[in-house]
Design a protein around this ligand. Structure first.
Ligand code: GDP
Ligand code: MG
Length: 159
């Protein structure tokens, strides 16, 4: 229609991206943000936060029964993370594609230009997070940026 083709903002979608502790520690943040912009996303919101165990348990609740869950909690609380809301057409799928597969070793082998290939290390330390569906994008964005949130996380002004 006229409106969906000419009113670009109506096609925009939002997704939640996180630069995980290994990404910040490895100083990959600038390269990741540069890549994000190059690929046509805009960064609508961003903040640096230190997650605690309770934050991570709730954020990753879908994985609570997995064998790797306690390792995931330790990993995600090991240092600050940069949380961003990315915006563009098809932001959810396009950010997942740009991140590459969950296993960074697979990413290096099969998706060498992906972000996880660039800065991830293995199945766990894979540098970045991205929402996997419209429903999870909505939940994850309000987890960090909702006006009335019980999921408050501690903000960091600097590293
Ligand atoms: P994602 O959506 O690609 O991030 O992957 P998942 O939602 O399946 O898993 C969430 C996060 O848990 C991953 O990004 C990894 O950091 C971690 N993870 C997933 N699978 C494993 C695993 O088999 N072992 C370990 N140690 N960590 C994992
Ligand atoms: Mg996931």
């Amino acid at each position: 229609s006229f409106w969906s083709s000419s009113c670009a903002s109506s096609n925009k979608e939002r997704t939640l991206a996180i630069v995980k502790p290994d990404g910040l520690l490895g100083n990959y943040t600038d390269d990741i943000k540069k890549t994000i912009i190059e690929y046509g996303f805009s960064i609508a919101e961003e903040k640096l936060v230190q997650l605690d165990e309770d934050n991570v348990r709730r954020f990753y609740a879908e994985h609570s029964s997995k064998s790797f869950f306690s390792n995931l909690v330790t990993y995600m609380t090991s240092g600050p993370v940069l949380v961003m809301v990315l915006e563009k057409e098809s932001a959810i799928a396009d950010w997942r594609a740009l991140m590459g597969p969950t296993d960074a070793n697979k990413a290096k082998a099969t998706h060498p230009h992906s972000i996880r290939a660039m800065c991830g290390r293995d199945m766990e330390k894979n540098c970045v997070h991205g929402s996997d569906s419209p429903k999870s994008a909505q939940r994850e964005i309000s987890f960090f940026f909702g006006e009335v949130s019980t999921d408050k996380v501690t903000e960091h002004d600097e590293l």
